[in-house]
Design a protein around this ligand. Sequence first.
Ligand code: CDP
Length: 236
Amino acid sequence: MMGGERIVVAVDGPAGSGKSSVSREAARRLGLRYIDSGAIYRAVTHFLLGHLGTLEKGESYAGHLDGLEIAQRFDPDGSVQTFVNGTDVSRAIRDELIARNIGTVSDDPGVRNFVNGLLRSWSRRESLIMDGRDIGTVVFPDAAVKIFLDASAEVRSLRRAAEYREMGKTVDVNEIRNQIIRRDQEDIARPFGRLAKALGSFYIDTSSMEKEEVIKRIIELIAEAGGPRVVDGRPG
Ligand code: CDP
């Protein structure tokens, strides 16, 4: 691949595999844009709850997305902000109410089409590292680099618990473990956009890897595919 060409790096994996933190950091070091597709599903859920109050499993919500504009910003310092019709919803979308309703929204094939269109439209402008569940399988099957990040359910639960503790939340590791196992089941059972290893993806089991090792491995894989490299600590 020639320098200057646009590339897409797709990073998929289960909840708590560390996708978003390592993708974000790799993007920051390489000077690429990072997109958090999970945050987009969260933003759609936020919008629908705001309009409809409650959501029903199995219902189709694609007809309620008129007037919804979602944007996401990635700062060179590595922070991500998600906007719904111009309002920053980055904090609001981490709410428990969103977590309880997101399965209903992300199972809806019409919503998935809407989100996929949005994600693809962003790739036409610039190179991206995007993380999610179906990025390498459905959204960008031709991505230059596809990565499947995994870790045991136990390790993922402990990582989530540590994240929550850092945010100052009280944590019950058993509860988190149950949530992770339930989310895995939902992610795998989803009829559209289910979590699966994409054809040609690199599988990385991060259970016994340090975060820095995972970031370096991703940067290496991107360089091997002809994408940007880090030279002297700067994107080159
Ligand atoms: O908390 P976690 O990092 O696992 O979730 P997230 O990446 O913020 O994604 C939130 C929800 O959106 C998850 O329940 C995923 O199942 C769903 N999702 C999806 O269906 N497809 C994607 N490409 C990304 C997320």
